[in-house]
Design a protein around this ligand. Sequence first.
Ligand code: GTA
Length: 163
Amino acid sequence: MASLFKDLTKLSAYRDRRFPGNQEEFEQALQTSTTVYIGNMSFYSTEEQVYELFSRAGEIKKIIMGLDKNSKTPCGFCFVLYYSREDTEDAVKFMSGTILDDRPIRVDFDWGFQEGRQWGRGRSGGQVRDEYRTDYDPDILLALSVCVRSWIKGGYGKLVQQE
Ligand code: GTA
């Protein structure tokens, strides 16, 4: 089947500054990769929900949840790896803007998952974009309030409190 994306130079507006190659190699990887990046996710969406939604585009090989590098908890993005390029293109074409846990998710072509890419790169541990956010995001506020409440109660988390 012919590619759904006629203009391959505009596959993604995102440029990964840690991609180990030049612009031409980056674009080549985007054109052949079977990985998609999902952004603008709720911190509370699960791998099972991602599987349920994205398997509508095709058979999934693997899902890697994006994690805050300090707390090791989901921080609003993930990678979905498909077996076929056609399914990858379908995911970008048909899933972008889908509402998942009340948020319109963003689905982007990705150059390919490598160990380490699952971690948020922001200074606080989460995604870089959340450090520039000026709008109100209930997910981030809720995550913060859970941290503050736990700290006020003694700060040692559930395990110690149960002892
Ligand atoms: N395929 O759109 C994407 C995408 N994003 C946003 C992140 N990843 C993506 N992959 C695809 N498409 O593996 C991947 C990354 C990494 C993981 C986590 O998700 O490749 P991150 O979001 O924490 O960090 O990545 P990333 O992607 O390196 O940050 P970003 O958004 O490109 O920012 C790069 C630079 O721009 C930063 O140095 C920052 O100083 C600056 N910047 C970013 N946002 C703003 C802003 N709103 N205002 C001013 N400067 C900004």
